[in-house]
Each structure stands twice: as C-alpha cells, then as structure tokens.
Design a protein. Structure first.
Length: 258
C-alpha cells in the first residue's frame, strides 16, 4: 500500500464501526436460554440495516453470518439451535463488508455467572491482544506481535493456538500478511505505514492443540478444555496505529454493563 492510505483507513473504519456495533447490539440479549441462531440473526440484521453485508455468509461455503464459538470451541463455530447455559463463555466473530472494504472483530461474552478459571482465561486473552496492539508502529516486526502475545499468555499458565492466525484485510477478507500469535522478536516482515491486518489470539486453558470437526469448520481444543479469543482490525500509521473496531459504547471486555 502506498503513502496515500487515507481512503483505505476511512473505509476500514466505517466497516469496523459497523462490525463492532453488531457486537454491541447482541450484548443485551446474551443470557442463559437463548440459542446461537438468534444471535446470528441479530448480527445479520444490524449489519444489513447499516448498509453493509456480513462477509462470512457463504464465504467458502460457510452457512451463517457470524461465527459463534462456545467453551471448548476455538473458532468457526456455526450458529444453530444450541442453547446457551449459565456458566458458558462464547466468542462471537463478525465481519462487515461495506463500500468494498472489510472490518473484522470478535469479542468474548459471559453467559450468566462464569467460573473464576473462565474469567482468568478471558481476561488473559484480551490483555494479550491489547499488549500487542500497544507496541504497534512502523519500526517493529510481525514477530514482535506474536512474541508479545505468547509471552504474556504462557507466563499466566495458558497456551496460544498455533493453527490459526491473524491476517491482512482490506478489499479482500483474507490477504497477506499472516499474523502469527507466537514467535520471536525481530523476525518476519517489518510493519509499514498503510498496512491493515487483524490481531486475533486464541488462547487455550490446556494444550494448544486443536482439531476441526466433521462439518469442516468448527475447531475445538483436543483436550476439550476452554478456549477464548478476541479480535481487532488495526492499521499502521506514520506515527503509531489505529484500532478500527473498538466499541463505541465501551463494551470491549466482559462483563458488560448493558
């Protein structure tokens, strides 16, 4: 991307604001007894009502508008008739596509009262993402992002998933570079102004190994222990960075007040 990346940032910000707004919208309805299909419907309608399209819908054959991953599901859980129970933790991952540009984000939610163990996992995942965002500038390397996340997570007794990563995003849903959530400082490509990509660490309570179920999408922890994920779309500026998918209502981390 060239020096003049203002249009890309403006359009990503617009799409990202819609995506984060969809997550704000579902905050009030996530509680025991609701099924994940209802959450998917509300995300689809919110994004559509704001003049955008839910990018996951029919992407490579994916059947729904968002991914909803509960408990030991790591990512790409398919919404359906599953009813949420008290104590569940879930990730909802949405991507809005507007004016030929994408905004991609995910957030964790607590269903009723969750365990201290689950809260610690979710807090660690969120903070690991934010610690890696804080260091973003044009003079660091992709490996610095992964190293920051991995060190933060492993020092707290959790593991970082290796099988999935962040990605470049723009007019295409997924593009270069791959953004690994583990690694060594000073390795990988150097960040440049105008780069736009996602940071979306998946953190497991137990081992980092995952497997994909027979539906071809749903990834779960092999040991069936809990997993958590957060995601933001970010851009590198000449003097730092911008996060395009922050909640306008301050609902970035659970438990949420609304």
């Amino acid at each position: 991307m060239g020096k003049d990346f203002q249009e890309a940032f403006d359009k990503t910000r617009e799409a990202g604001t819609i995506a984060s707004g969809a997550l704000d919208e579902i905050t009030k309805i996530i509680k025991p007894g609701i099924n994940t299909k209802k959450i998917d419907t509300i995300c689809y309608e919110f994004i559509n009502d704001n003049g955008a399209y839910s990018a996951p819908l029919y992407y490579r054959g994916y059947p729904k508008s968002c991914c909803i991953s509960a408990n030991h599901i790591v990512c790409h859980g398919i919404p359906g008739d599953k009813v949420l129970n008290d104590g569940d933790i879930i990730n909802v991952d949405v991507t809005a596509y507007k004016n030929n540009w994408h905004g991609d984000t995910s957030r964790m939610f607590f269903v009723g009262e969750v365990s201290i163990k689950a809260k610690n996992l979710v807090q660690t995942t969120y903070q690991a993402m934010m610690e890696s965002i804080k260091i973003l500038n044009k003079d660091i390397f992709l490996g610095d992002i992964g190293s920051t996340i991995q060190n933060y997570v492993e020092k707290r007794g959790f593991s970082i998933v290796r099988d999935f990563c962040g990605h470049g995003i723009g007019k295409k849903f997924h593009e270069d570079p791959n953004v690994l959530h583990y690694g060594k400082k000073g390795t990988g490509a150097k960040l440049e102004p105008g780069m736009i990509f996602t940071i979306e660490p998946m953190v497991n309570e137990g081992n980092y190994e995952t497997k994909v179920l027979n539906d071809g999408w749903t990834a779960v922890t092999k040991d069936k222990k809990l997993s958590a994920q957060f995601e933001h779309t970010v851009g590198i500026k000449n003097d730092g960075y911008e996060v395009f998918t922050l909640s306008n209502k301050g609902l970035d981390f659970p438990p949420y007040s609304s």
